[in-house]
Design a protein around this ligand. Structure first.
Ligand code: PLP
Length: 396
């Protein structure tokens, strides 16, 4: 069939690029966004028809860039779990992305990016990672028969490094942070014949992450929540969800729309970062459009230890346009939140997921959300991939 892709577009200048070719960043050095013929999509399939399919996020085929099939690793629609014990009025929901292949939502972005890389004839993909992205890249490359090379900070959680290597990728530890790893990929790619799959430096990971927004809308019968709390590193997921909501609005598939394009209230988007690495929060508070690199980045939430984001302005625009905010939380509150969620609700979340709960509490205290709101937190990875404290006792 398809694809329904019409062209790619520079997210900063709007310059057009043709689909069906290998692309990295735009000429302006900014992310490329995939544009679809949404009228044709609407005529070919309804939202209900897509939602009735199996195959997890691949069910949104018409809104994905591939011409052919996805790469099946048993993807599922991730559940929305009510955090009943913790809410204070309203509704506190958690979309649990830990159920995806390799245990994190990186499966979405990399599943689609690797499927596209295969279609475009690329054979060797390389990437910097804080852990989960590398594992997802390795898994989908193994499935697709492509080679993968990954660079990670030396202190990346050990389980991620070994998992990625076992899935067949070549893994290098680097004394530095993810942007240092990214620099190595950028410098070496041409000479070594790698394609650089870094966050937002190619157009398709964002399309995969977009499915979080499509899926969420589907699960809530088209009624978007009042607020979304997203642990923000490179921001692909937040940018992707925002894109999903715009596409759904243009398609006329959201609740309360009488016609395609009718405006409906959008969720407030909250970008949550750790206070040891909060470039987006700093730029948000300063009213800036771009976020300079954060020095000496550190946090227990490895997935959001991202000192500089090439899509910074897209994150900030979405957060501002939605009436949300960028908020920083401390490692101490992250770890407390993790313990509280686990012991009071039975969900073992990752530190990044716990950060969204801490962020929601702050937003509530500061009056940025109301206690009666319907709120969705994103737990992006299974808690089992992260170090756990030992609080057992010896029986003598
Ligand atoms: C990658 C990652 C994030 C950050 O996601 P972005 O969309 O790149 O901002 C958050 N949490 C976990 C567990 C991750 O692996």
């Amino acid at each position: 069939m398809k694809p329904y892709v019409t062209h790619l577009e520079c997210s900063l200048t709007g310059e057009r690029y043709s689909a069906g070719e290998v692309h990295g960043l735009s000429g302006a050095g900014r992310p490329l966004l995939v544009r679809y013929d949404l009228d044709a999509v609407r005529e070919s399939a309804g939202f209900d028809e897509m939602l009735a399919r199996s195959g997890g996020f691949w069910q949104f085929a018409e809104l994905l860039p591939m011409a052919g099939d996805g790469l099946d690793l048993g993807e599922v629609i991730t559940p929305i779990v009510p955090l009943s014990g913790l809410h204070r009025g309203g509704e506190l929901l958690m979309k649990d992305e830990g159920r995806l292949p390799t245990g994190s939502f990186k499966a979405r972005g990399l599943g689609v990016a690797v499927a596209m890389a295969r279609e475009l004839g690329l054979t060797h993909l390389a990437m910097p990672t804080n852990g989960n992205a590398g594992a997802a890249l390795a898994a989908y490359c193994a499935r697709a028969g492509l080679n993968a090379t990954v660079f990670c900070p030396a202190d990346t959680p050990e389980i991620n490094i070994r998992e990625t290597a076992m899935l067949g990728a070549e893994v290098f530890r680097v004394d530095g942070l993810i942007n240092d790893c990214g620099r190595i990929v950028g410098e070496q790619a041409a000479e070594r014949g790698w394609f650089d799959l870094s966050t937002l430096k190619e157009p398709y990971r964002i399309e995969g992450k977009k499915t979080m927004g499509l899926e969420l809308a589907g699960q809530l019968d088209g009624a978007l929540p009042d607020a979304i709390f997203y642990p923000t590193g490179g921001g692909t997921g937040l940018i992707g969800m925002w894109k999903a909501f715009q596409e759904l609005m243009a398609l006329g598939w959201l609740k309360g729309q009488r016609r395609p394009g009718d405006a409906v209230p959008m969720p407030k988007m909250f970008a949550i970062q750790a206070d040891g690495c909060a470039p987006i929060v700093r730029a948000f508070e300063a009213g800036e459009e771009h976020a300079p690199a954060w020095e000496n980045a550190h946090t227990v939430a490895a997935g959001i230890r991202v000192p500089v984001a090439v899509g910074d302005f897209l994150i900030l625009r979405a957060v501002r346009a939605s009436g949300g905010a960028a908020l920083a939380v401390s490692d101490r509150t992250i770890l407390e939140a993790r313990r509280e969620i686990a012991s009071r609700t039975g969900n073992l979340v990752c530190p990044e997921g716990a950060a969204t709960y801490a962020g929601w509490q702050r937003a509530l205290d500061e009056g940025l959300v109301n206690s009666g709101d319907r709120v969705v937190l994103f737990n992006c990875a299974t808690g089992l991939k992260y170090p756990l404290e030992d609080s057992s006792e010896r029986w003598d």
